[in-house]
Design a protein around this ligand. Structure first.
Ligand code: ADP
Ligand code: GN1
Ligand code: MG
Length: 368
C-alpha cells in the first residue's frame, strides 16, 4: 500500500481526538516520510512519520532513545521556566500506549505534536538567524550534558565513523552495482587522496584529547525550528540519531549546511564555499551555550569537524550514487552525485580557510 494511503488511515491508531484526520506530505528531509495531520475545525495538528526501515533497522530502539531524551529535556525546560510542549518534541502514543505503530508490511509509524508558530530553513538567510541556530543546537548539547549516555541504543552503528564511511565507498566502487563507476573517476580520486584525514577526530577521541558527549548527530539547519514571533531558537527536531558522539559532529554538520554559500546539491560549483561570516555567527551562538565546559582541544576540533562532516557527507552521497540511490531520497537520478560534488567543493574551500576557521572558534570561546 502507498504511504499516503496508509497515512490517511493510520491517524485512527494513535491517541488523538476522535475526528477525521487528513494527512498531507510535509517537509524536505532525506530519510523519513513525513505528513502533517489536520482536521476540520480542530486547532491541533500533528506530525505523522513513517520511520525509514532501511536506515533504522530497529525503530523501537529509535523511539526508546527519543522517549528518554525528550523526557529529560522536558524536565530541563521546565526547570528553566520554558514551555516543554514547544521546546522539545512530544510523542503521541498509539491507542495501546505504544511508542510506535507497526503496519502489516512491518513499517513503523509514529506521531509527534506539531510545533506551531515555528519555522525551519534549508539555508539560513542571514548571520542573525544562523547565530540563533547555533544557540539552539548548543543549548540542546548543554541540556543533555548530564544525560546517562550508556542508556542510549546505538541506532546506526558507526554513524560518524568517517574511516568506516570511506570503507563503504571502496566497497561500493568495487561492486559498481549499477554501472556508474566510470562516470565518477575524478570524485573517487578526490576521496582516495584525502584518506589520511578521515580518522582525525576519532584519533583525538582515542587519545583522550576530546570527550564523548550526548550529541544529536544530524544537525542539518532544517532540524532546528525557530519561533516565528521572536526569531529565537525554539526546538531541535529529528531526534532519531541522538547517540554518544562528539561536539564537533554537531557543530560540523550545521556549518556544512548553514554556512555554505549554496544548496547541498548545487550544480554550479563556483557558487559553493564556506561563508566565514556565517561560520562566525554560528560559532558565537553555539559556544555561548555549550562552550563553557570545553577545553581548547575540543574547541579546535569544532573547525576540523566542519571539514570532516562535509567530507563524510560527500563520501556517503557518492557511495549512495554508486549503490543506485538506495539510502537518501532523490528527486532526480543524478542528485546524489550533485550533492557529493558540492560537498567536495565545500570541503576544498574549507581547506583554504581552515586557519581562519580555527582562529574564529578560539576567539568565539573567549577564554584562550
Ligand atoms: P527527516 O529525518 O526526513 O529529515 P524530520 O523529522 O526532520 O525528518 O521531519 C521532516 C520535516 O518535518 C522537518 O524538516 C520539519 O520541517 C517538519 N517537522 C518535523 N517534526 C515537526 C514537528 N514536531 N513540528 C513541526 N514541524 C515538524
Ligand atoms: C539525512 O534526515 P535528514 O534529512 O535530516 C541523514 C544525515 C545526512 C543528511 C544529508 C539518518 O538527514 O546523516 O547528513 O541527510 N540522516 C540519516 O543531507 O542518515
Ligand atoms: Mg530532518
Amino acid at each position: 500500500m502507498e504511504k499516503q494511503e496508509r497515512a490517511d488511515e493510520l491517524a485512527g491508531c494513535f491517541a488523538l481526538q476522535d475526528v477525521v484526520w487528513n494527512a498531507r506530505p510535509y517537509g524536505s528531509g532525506h530519510i523519513n516520510e513525513t505528513f502533517v495531520l489536520e482536521a476540520k475545525d480542530c486547532p491541533e495538528r500533528y506530525i505523522l512519520q513513517w520511520i525509514n526501515g532501511f536506515v533504522f533497522k530497529r525503530p523501537r530502539d529509535v523511539m526508546e532513545n527519543i522517549a528518554g531524551v525528550t523526557g529529560w529535556l522536558q524536565k530541563c525546560i521546565r526547570a528553566e521556566g520554558g514551555d516543554p510542549k514547544r521546546e522539545t518534541l512530544t510523542i503521541i502514543p498509539t491507542k495501546n500506549g505504544d511508542l510506535l505503530y507497526e503496519d502489516e508490511d512491518g513499517g513503523a509509524w509514529r506521531v509527534f505534536r506539531f510545533i506551531d508558530g515555528a519555522f525551519g530553513r534549508d539555508l539560513p538567510e542571514n548571520p542573525g538567524v544562523f547565530e540563533e541556530t547555533g544557540r539552539g543546537f548548543g543549548r540542546f548539547q548543554r541540556r543533555l550534558s548530564g544525560y546517562p549516555a550508556e542508556t542510549l541504543k546505538e541506532v546506526i552503528p558507526g554513524f560518524h565513523d568517517t574511516p568506516g564511511r570511506y570503507k563503504q565507498l571502496t566497497t561500493a566502487i568495487e561492486r559498481d552495482a549499477v554501472g556508474r563507476r566510470s562516470e565518477v573517476r575524478a570524485e573517487i580520486e578526490f576521496c582516495h587522496a584525502r584518506k589520511d584525514e578521515y580518522g582525525l577526530l576519532l584519533t583525538q577521541l582515542t587519545e583522550g584529547k576530546i570527550p564523548l558527549r550526548v550529541t544529536h548527530n544530524d544537525t542539518k539547519v532544517n532540524n532546528l525550528l525557530l519561533d516565528s514571533d521572536t526569531g529565537c531558537a525554539l526546538c531541535v527536531i529529528d531526534l532519531d540519531t541522538v547517540m554518544p558522539g562528539l561536539a564537533a559532529y554537531d557543530f560540523g554538520d550545521a556549518i556544512r549546511t548553514g554556512a555554505s554559500t549554496a544548496a547541498e546539491d548545487e550544480r554550479d560549483l563556483n557558487k559553493v564555499g564556506v561563508s566565514l561570516e556565517m561560520y562566525r555567527a554560528f560559532a558565537q551562538g553555539f559556544l555561548s551555550e555549550a562552550g563553557s565546559r570545553m577545553e581548547r582541544d575540543e574547541i579546535c576540533s569544532l573547525a576540523v569537524g566542519a571539514k570532516l562532516m562535509t567530507l563524510e557527507n560527500g563520501l556517503r552521497f557518492l557511495t549512495d550514487y554508486l549503490n543506485g540511490d538506495v539510502y537518501f531520497k532523490v528527486h532526480h537520478p543524478r542528485q546524489n552525485l550533485d550533492r557529493a560534488r558540492a560537498q567536495f567543493a565545500l570541503a576544498e574551500d574549507m581547506d583554504h580557510k581552515i586557519k581562519e576557521m580555527l582562529d574564529i572558534v578560539i576567539d568565539a570561546a573567549g577564554r584562550f
